[in-house]
Design a protein around this ligand. Structure first.
Ligand SMILES: Cc1ncc(COP(=O)(O)O)c(C=O)c1O
Length: 398
């Protein structure tokens, strides 16, 4: 009760006019300003007050010169990872990164050469396959399987068949964007067995690991044992958890020394900076003081998800929602509407007046799906649901 009173997500600060990508690119992407944006994966929710206060405090010191990431910032993250996810990292495992996607590019450079194979499990957040293609590696597509209830699983047989001596790296999305899965231990162990046997490094993008709904539990890939530690590069950060993408600070944790040194060589080639005076304090404070906010946020996000689920249940002839275990991204199965991808996108823009990500942009397995970001205030969520319901009603009436 106290928590609910302390953190309210009923309304949030207006982002339009604040240089928010979600709004700045709205017209270019959707061809109109007349859509409520629910696409790029940040939240239309205020960043925790403790973080904003810490930044204000830092600004009392008038010098913004070069800084190193303070050990205390990484220690705060290490403590968080231990308490929240039961994984042990030490200070020497940690490297700063301004972006998880940049870390992914660095891992591809570090552990594969041009023409060599990198495995991607589609549908998936587009930079997974864009990074492989941009760096001239061979894209090894291991599509996920979807069952009748809409639950996705790894296709282990296909993975085994696709790997050859040229395959060097697997990009794991855990929890998975956009299908919302929290991979279970047994599922991850199957991936581990194959990758350890075939000498394949696993880049575990665990940026969504703190946004997991009970009873699901995130299992860091590296925590699966010694074999896992020896082949895993973990990317984690505050961007999603505390809505802090604008601070551009995340980290890479690599326990195995040889792997770390290889990664570091590629890292040095592009000269990563060391964060900023403000991101250091924001990052440390979020991990030290943000837990209660996060718990309240997850309750709120799940309520938003339920609103959307209720709507889809009213219109099963058009929509099905993929059961969510993590993230604030709903994966809507719209195939029953019988629309081609272009027409489906147009329905959401012109009829529902909503700006969503077309499923097809996550790989061809996403054809007929749309991704809806429901991380917003209750007030905005109500508008989203109302707009969608109006459009569905009109469609029903013919
Ligand atoms: C799975 C995943 N990885 C990485 C990112 C982006 O991370 P960053 O902004 O740190 O590059 C996102 C953002 O949506 C994501 O969903």
């Amino acid at each position: 009760m106290e928590k609910a009173l302390k953190y309210s997500f009923e309304s949030a600060c207006e982002r339009e006019g604040s240089n928010a990508e979600k709004y700045v690119l709205r017209e270019a992407l959707f061809g109109t300003k007349d859509v409520l944006p629910a696409w790029v994966a940040d939240m239309d929710i205020d960043t925790p007050q403790c973080v904003l206060d810490a930044v204000k405090e830092r600004l009392k010191h008038p010098v913004m010169g070069y800084e190193e990431v303070p050990a205390s910032a990484f220690m705060a993250q290490i403590d968080w990872m231990k308490k929240e996810h039961g994984v042990d990292f030490s200070l020497e495992d940690m490297l700063y990164s301004h972006s998880v996607v940049a870390s992914m590019h660095t891992a591809i450079e570090a552990f594969s050469k041009e023409g060599e194979g990198v495995i991607v499990q589609t549908p998936v957040y587009p930079p997974f396959f864009h990074s492989v293609l941009k760096l001239n590696r061979k894209l090894v597509k291991n599509s996920l399987l979807r069952d009748a209830e809409g639950k996705y699983r790894f296709d282990i047989k296909d993975l085994q068949e696709k790997i050859d001596e040229n395959t060097k790296l697997l990009l794991l999305c855990s929890p998975h964007n956009p299908v919302g899965r929290v991979w279970e231990k047994e599922e991850l162990e199957e991936i581990l067995t194959i990758c350890a046997e075939r000498n394949i490094v696993v880049f575990a993008d665990e940026i969504h690991s703190d946004l997991v709904y009970s009873p699901h539990k995130h299992i860091p890939f590296t925590s699966l044992g010694e074999n896992a530690k020896n082949i895993t590069v973990t990317a984690i950060g505050v961007g999603k958890t505390f809505n802090m993408a604008g601070f551009a600070m995340s980290s890479v944790a690599i326990t195995n020394k040889e792997l770390r040194e290889k990664f570091f060589k590629a890292y040095e080639r592009v000269h990563f900076a060391q964060g900023s005076s403000l991101s250091h304090v924001a990052f440390e404070t979020a991990y030290k003081e943000g837990k209660a906010w996060l718990e309240a946020l997850k309750v709120h996000l799940y309520k938003n998800y339920k609103m959307l689920e209720t709507l889809t249940k009213k219109y099963p002839q058009f929509l099905k929602i993929t059961p969510i275990e993590a993230t604030y991204l709903a994966w809507l199965d719209c195939r029953a509407m019988g629309l081609k991808d272009k027409a489906l996108r147009s329905f959401f823009i012109n009829e529902a007046k909503l700006g969503l990500n077309p499923g097809i942009s996550f790989g061809r397995e996403g054809s007929g799906f749309m991704r809806l970001n429901f991380a917003c205030s209750s007030a905005k969520m109500l508008k989203i649901v109302q707009r969608l319901e109006n459009a569905l009603q009109r469609r029903q009436l013919g």
